[in-house]
Design a protein around this ligand. Structure first.
Ligand SMILES: NC(=O)c1ccc[n+]([C@@H]2O[C@H](COP(=O)([O-])OP(=O)(O)OC[C@H]3O[C@@H](n4cnc5c(N)ncnc54)[C@H](OP(=O)(O)O)[C@@H]3O)[C@@H](O)[C@H]2O)c1
Length: 311
């Protein structure tokens, strides 16, 4: 089968689109014939070797941990899926990934694909949706009526976080560059703050939750945006507990795992018209290196999708 793999860590040009063995499936696995995968910053962080100590992947490694496709074959213990089912997943990041025509995924990490969208759209959702859910709902405990600020509302995670927070009844403020403000409003944001405008940025105050998708100076500035007792949740760097205590605020950090239950809830929201995928770039698998270079700019809109197989 065709796969986009790395044999060494490095720049985008270490990605080789080549023949790779068909993945072997264990008794709890499903072999998925992929239609599309999507690109997340973690893909190029792994490609660069930034997570090599934490994940210790054997090389060569097939990149990519988002997929939508069709069940080709199931392991001996699998009863929840059968060949021909349309599924989507953010599979285990410790295994070979989804930039390939086929991928072996634990059945427990798969959910039925949302019925009302294409495989290409569905492939854009799993990782960012699980992230937005774990941050806003599981960790920060978002409830209806709360005032939430989401950094990078036009990004992969932010574009879903804005819609999820709205679907849960929050008042949503999002940061974005001025050129992307209308787009972020169209996702449901009540207010959009230009993060390059210091006055507008400083005016965002008294929030119940701030979702930090950027880190560094953005995380630092986020503390002042919270009301007393407010919650700073980050996916980029753990907020300091000492600072939370000193300010009388709460804080948490999320690093996601696969979650089929969340993907089932997300599919319900998608099919109810409450969440729509936002795709900012589409590439053939052969051009995975170009897709990585685009993601690494940090300026993309929504998600980048890779065509990995036939619909
Ligand atoms: N811990 C976890 O489990 C987890 C899970 C998912 C993602 N992450 C991490 O979270 C981060 C975001 O992921 P992503 O997929 O959303 O990234 P992304 O799609 O690449 O984000 C790109 C967006 O960020 C915006 N942006 C850049 N700088 C900004 C700033 N200072 N303020 C506001 N917006 C800014 C850009 O908008 P403009 O073009 O307008 O600047 C662009 O739309 C990455 O570091 C990723 O690795 C962690």
């Amino acid at each position: 089968m065709k796969a986009a793999r790395i044999h060494a860590y490095g720049d985008p040009d270490v990605i080789r689109v080549e023949d790779a063995p068909l993945p072997a499936i264990g008794p709890d696995d499903v072999l998925v014939r992929t239609v599309a995968a999507s690109v997340n910053p973690v893909d190029w962080k792994i490609r660069r070797g930034y997570l090599a100590q934490m994940l210790a992947h054997p090389l060569p490694l097939t990149l990519g941990w988002d997929v939508s496709g069709i069940v080709e074959q199931v392991g001996a213990h699998v009863t929840a899926f059968k060949p021909g089912d349309a599924v989507y997943s953010r599979p285990d990041i410790r295994r070979n990934g989804t930039y390939a025509e086929y991928v072996a995924i634990r059945a427990a990490e798969l959910a039925p694909k949302p019925a009302t969208i294409s495989h290409v759209e569905a492939a854009s959702l799993p990782l960012v949706s699980i992230t937005a859910w774990e941050a806003l709902i599981t960790t920060a405990g978002l409830t209806a009526g709360q005032r939430v600020l989401i950094h990078a509302g036009a990004g992969g995670v932010g574009s879903i976080a804005v819609q999820l927070a709205k679907a849960k009844g929050a008042h949503v403020t999002a940061t974005a560059s001025a050129a992307k403000a209308a787009l972020v409003r169209s996702l449901g944001a009540d207010e959009v703050v230009d993060y390059r405008d210091p006055a507008a940025f400083a005016a965002a105050r008294d929030l119940d939750i701030v979702f930090d998708t950027i880190g560094g100076a953005t995380q630092d500035a986020s503390w002042d945006m919270l009301k007393p007792g407010g919650f700073l949740v980050s996916i980029t760097q753990p907020p300091q507990p000492e600072r939370a205590a000193a300010e009388g605020k709460r804080a948490g950090f999320v690093f996601i795992d696969p979650s089929a239950p969340i993907l089932r809830d997300i599919a319900t929201l998608v099919d109810a018209g409450k969440i729509r995928p936002l795709i900012g770039g589409e590439y053939r698998l052969d051009h995975a290196a170009l897709a990585h270079a685009a993601s690494e700019t940090g300026r993309t809109t929504g998600k980048i999708v890779l065509y990995t197989g036939q619909p």
